[in-house]
Design a binder for this molecule. Structure first.
Ligand SMILES: NC(=O)c1ccc[n+]([C@@H]2O[C@H](COP(=O)([O-])OP(=O)(O)OC[C@H]3O[C@@H](n4cnc5c(N)ncnc54)[C@H](OP(=O)(O)O)[C@@H]3O)[C@@H](O)[C@H]2O)c1
Length: 314
């Protein structure tokens, strides 16, 4: 009889109410594949966007792009991993599950210094942030404006930019300001008057030379192009359609954006190393059992998680 495990699926297009925890067959890993017993899975906005009306998703939609867990089986030709290895993986299909199978190239070892819950929230946001600081060429001469700096992606962008020696201005609601200061950024509250509040900081910090938008509002992009002279140093991760008209970088998938395959692929082991020694932190603000994936999605869709949400399987 085939092995069975639990998996979260979107049974229709809609909101979190369409999510169900179902029994799914666990197939043996194929050639070059690693089967991972999932201990924790990161929640990302992409997960609920993938089954939203108009998304083009085809139910049942398996969810979950990133996991942390233990290798339980390997397919033929897998040389890098053995059963019992602690790993993280991104991108995977169907990571909201007890077991997921993925090509060995998307898997990386989880160092001892990185606990399993934080590890599950590291890679999807982390590789995006690495792409953003890389594409905009952030270095120690820069003053970087980060929109959405309290979110999963934004927090990583802030920390990576600070590590590169840049000065960072970080937009977020006030609840996250202390943490952003601890990361070395100057926080500002978003909303009406944002442009003036950022300009008020320029005499002390220097002129803003780079803007990275992890929000996608009219305000975030308008503020960015008003401040940064070189539009090729403004990047949006969200307002991909609007980017071309403004002449700014669109990073990600779809709408002619730069998917950054190579830089994102190369970022996995860099990120686990940085997180293991505390050079970057994953701030987890909520953990949910797998059966409460819908509650996690309700909170993620609200857009004010203050960090990463993670599903745990045990
Ligand atoms: N292009 C790509 O490759 C790529 C990859 C990953 C993610 N993304 C996208 O990037 C976005 C952020 O992802 P995430 O994982 O960081 O999400 P998240 O953790 O939910 O963070 C959302 C952020 O948005 C801020 N925010 C909410 N409403 C706002 C508003 N009206 N004005 C300004 N800021 C506002 C929140 O700030 P407060 O909580 O402080 O209010 C928070 O910092 C999502 O749209 C996601 O789909 C794109």
């Amino acid at each position: 009889m085939a092995d069975m495990g639990r998996a979260v699926v979107a049974t229709a297009l809609g909101g979190p109410e369409v999510l169900r925890l179902v029994e799914a067959e666990v197939t043996p890993p194929g050639p070059g594949e690693v089967q991972v017993r999932v201990h924790a899975a990161g929640v990302n906005p992409w997960d609920w966007k993938s089954y939203a009306p108009g998304s083009g998703g085809r139910p049942p939609v398996r969810l979950g792009l990133e996991v942390a867990g233990v290798v339980q089986a390997v397919g033929t030709g897998v040389r890098w991993y053995s059963p019992g290895d602690e790993v993280v993986a991104w991108p995977v299909t169907g990571g909201y599950a007890d077991v997921v199978t993925a090509p060995q190239r998307v898997v990386v070892r989880r160092p001892d210094g990185l606990d399993v819950v934080r590890a599950a929230g590291l890679l999807a946001a982390g590789v995006t942030a690495v792409h953003a600081v890389d594409a905009t060429g952030v270095d120690d001469e820069d003053v970087v404006l980060v929109h959405g700096a309290s979110g999963g992606v934004g927090r990583m962008v802030v920390q990576l930019a600070v590590l590169r020696g840049a000065r960072v201005i970080a937009t977020a609601s006030p609840a996250s300001h202390d943490c952003l200061r601890r990361f070395g950024a100057e926080p500002v509250t978003y909303g009406p008057g944002l442009l003036d509040r950022v300009r008020d900081l320029e005499p002390a910090l220097g002129r803003v030379t780079v803007a990275i938008d992890a929000v996608g509002t009219r305000e975030s992009l308008d503020t960015s192009v008003a401040l940064v002279r070189d539009r090729r140093r403004v990047a949006t991760l969200v307002a991909l359609e609007r980017a071309a008209g403004l002449g700014v970088l669109a990073l990600g998938h779809g709408a002619g954006a730069d998917p950054g395959h190579d830089v994102r692929e190369a970022a996995r082991s860099q990120l686990t190393t940085l997180a293991a020694d505390g050079s970057v932190e994953v701030l987890v603000t909520g953990t949910y059992p797998l059966e409460q994936a819908a509650a996690a999605h309700v909170r993620s869709r609200d857009g004010h998680t203050g960090g990463k949400l993670v599903l745990v399987t045990r």
